[in-house]
Design a protein around this ligand. Structure first.
Ligand SMILES: [Fe+2]
Ligand SMILES: [Fe+2]
Length: 169
């Protein structure tokens, strides 16, 4: 290193190319997770039947907007890091646990699926927070905020599950 090196541009340094590509890959996975969650929650927010399902449906309908907002933030950050937001043909579904239940009154199936999806997001976003530490504080900041939303979602649905388990299905 000479004493005349230009000031660091952080994640945008040419020496950081590999790190930046890694962050884009992590963000792309997060983007797909959010979009699949939008599909799953949208379907469940409409499909569920029954008096007690109404609150779950309303909560999921709100979450659809929030998860879509997360997807948009991930997409924006992918572009800022010189990545390309992928097209739909690159999508492959993973939320087999959030497919519509056999009975549309099976709210517990949906609640458990939501908890699983939120847990998956929390795990992946925690990984992004760790991998961007000291490398890309801007991405890290954004993901910490989104991680908090997912922790809130999971906590809310854990509460729903406890109520259903206490009262029986
Ligand atoms: Fe999300
Ligand atoms: Fe969420």
């Amino acid at each position: 290193m000479s004493s005349t090196t230009s000031p660091s541009k952080g994640i945008f340094d040419s020496a950081m190319l590999e790190a930046r590509e890694n962050v884009v890959d992590l963000l792309t996975k997060a983007y797909w997770m959010e979009l699949e969650t939008v599909m799953s929650y949208l379907a469940a927010s409409v499909n569920l039947d029954g008096v007690r399902a109404q609150e779950i449906k309303e909560s999921l309908a709100e979450d659809v907007q929030e998860e879509l907002g997360h997807a948009q933030r991930f997409a924006d950050r992918i572009k800022e890091l010189y990545g390309v937001v992928p097209g739909s043909e690159e999508f492959s579904a993973e939320q087999h646990f959030l497919q519509p239940p056999d009975e549309q009154t099976d709210t517990v199936h949906v609640i458990r699926g939501v908890i699983k999806a939120e847990t998956g997001a929390i795990e992946h976003y925690t990984r992004i927070v760790e991998e961007t530490d000291q490398i890309d504080p801007v991405t890290q900041d954004m993901v910490i905020e989104i991680l908090r939303d997912e922790q809130g979602h999971r906590r809310l649905f854990e509460g729903f599950l406890r109520e259903y388990e206490l009262e029986g299905r």
